[in-house]
Design a protein around this ligand. Structure first.
Ligand SMILES: Cc1cc2nc3c(=O)[nH]c(=O)nc-3n(C[C@H](O)[C@H](O)[C@H](O)COP(=O)(O)OP(=O)(O)OC[C@H]3O[C@@H](n4cnc5c(N)ncnc54)[C@H](O)[C@@H]3O)c2cc1C
Length: 306
């Protein structure tokens, strides 16, 4: 269906059909995407999204796949990943500002901030995603949130228009940014809250890393499965009810952190969904708390599955 596009795309743009997605996610689960592309310019990105829209094919923007559960079986979708070097640049601007491509890994961004003595972005370091995914999810850790450090985001809308949105124009909250539900984030300007000696920044990074090592599983996962309910933590609720270790096939509730589901090796999307349902039902039955998934689904809707 998108085959005819090949001649119109730059030779650096990747376009493949029937692409396995499991290896493109941290959980390592799921089937193939009907189409997969890594555009090498805004023009190619536009061409791909327009052609997909014309063919009635949904488009999914993939980052590192670290907050994602891909369902089994072929998925009728065009997955677009901003992985070309043109999306992975970090430019240091005056006044503690950084312009970063949406494909930059948060770890790389923190490395650049460290080299420049820019402090206050350390909370992002251990989140295994890209800038694009962190904007869409308003990722947060250690008391910090992505949108606390965002000045502006350049986006490509579904209709093909490029816009620069200031933070005040964006609607964001706990694990979401409304504008990015449809649009693609191309780049962002972030403001590092302060300056510090590299050694001090390194110490903060080290402290956060130690905390993660002590509290999170090492096996493949998609991070926190559920959003925290009002006034509590989903992990604590699951732990209190003794649900750690619950298993469906190769999907298991981590014994280290109750809000992580780990892949014991051969888990399928169906097994992970089965486990999400089991935990959610049990939590509702025993404590009348309704847990909402934080992890996003590709290939199905949570509303249809829960
Ligand atoms: C071990 C582990 C620890 C984690 N710890 C944390 C944590 O402390 N805090 C936290 O908030 N999260 C955490 N996560 C979850 C995850 O890393 C974050 O949500 C991250 O921001 C997702 O980024 P990603 O690039 O992997 O996005 P993906 O998982 O690839 O995608 C997530 C969403 O972002 C969208 N998206 C991706 N790129 C773009 C783009 N360019 N434009 C528009 N939309 C886009 C996708 O379409 C999808 O809707 C953790 C995950 C793991 C596996």
């Amino acid at each position: 269906m998108l085959e005819a596009l090949r001649d119109r795309l730059s030779s650096e743009t990747v376009l493949r059909s029937d692409e396995p997605l499991a290896r493109r996610t941290t959980l390592g689960v799921g089937g193939r995407a009907r189409w997969y592309a890594e555009p090498s310019s805004v023009d190619d990105l536009l061409l791909l999204s327009r052609e997909a829209a014309g063919a009635g094919l949904p488009v999914f923007y993939l980052g590192r796949g670290s907050n994602l559960l891909v369902m089994d079986g072929p998925i009728e979708v065009l997955v677009i990943r901003l992985n070309h070097p043109c999306w992975r640049r970090v430019e240091v601007l005056p006044d503690g500002l950084l312009r970063t491509g949406a494909g930059v890994r948060l770890r790389e961004l923190c490395g650049e901030a460290l080299r420049r003595g820019l402090a206050g972005l350390e909370f992002l370091e251990g989140i295994p995603g890209t800038v694009g995914g962190a904007l869409r999810m308003n990722a947060g850790a250690m008391g910090g949130w992505m949108f606390e450090v965002v000045e502006s985001v350049r986006v490509l809308n579904g209709d093909g228009g490029e816009r620069l949105l200031k933070r005040e124009e964006l609607h964001y909250g706990y694990r979401h940014c409304r504008e990015l539900r449809e649009a693609c984030a191309l780049e962002a300007v972030l403001r590092a809250p302060g300056r510090a000696e590299a050694q001090n920044i390194r110490e903060v990074l080290h402290r956060y890393q130690e905390h993660r090592h002590a509290t999170q599983p090492k096996e493949p996962s998609a991070g926190c499965i559920f959003k925290n309910p009002e006034g509590d933590s989903a992990g604590r609720v699951i732990d209190r009810l003794g649900l750690k270790g619950t298993r469906v096939g190769d999907a298991e509730v981590s014994s280290v952190h109750g809000n992580f589901i780990i892949n014991r090796g051969g888990a399928t999307g169906t097994e992970v969904v089965g486990l999400v349902r089991r935990v959610r039902d049990e939590v509702w039955k025993q404590s009348r708390v309704e847990l909402e998934p934080e992890v996003l689904l590709l290939g199905a809707n949570w509303e249809d599955l829960l």
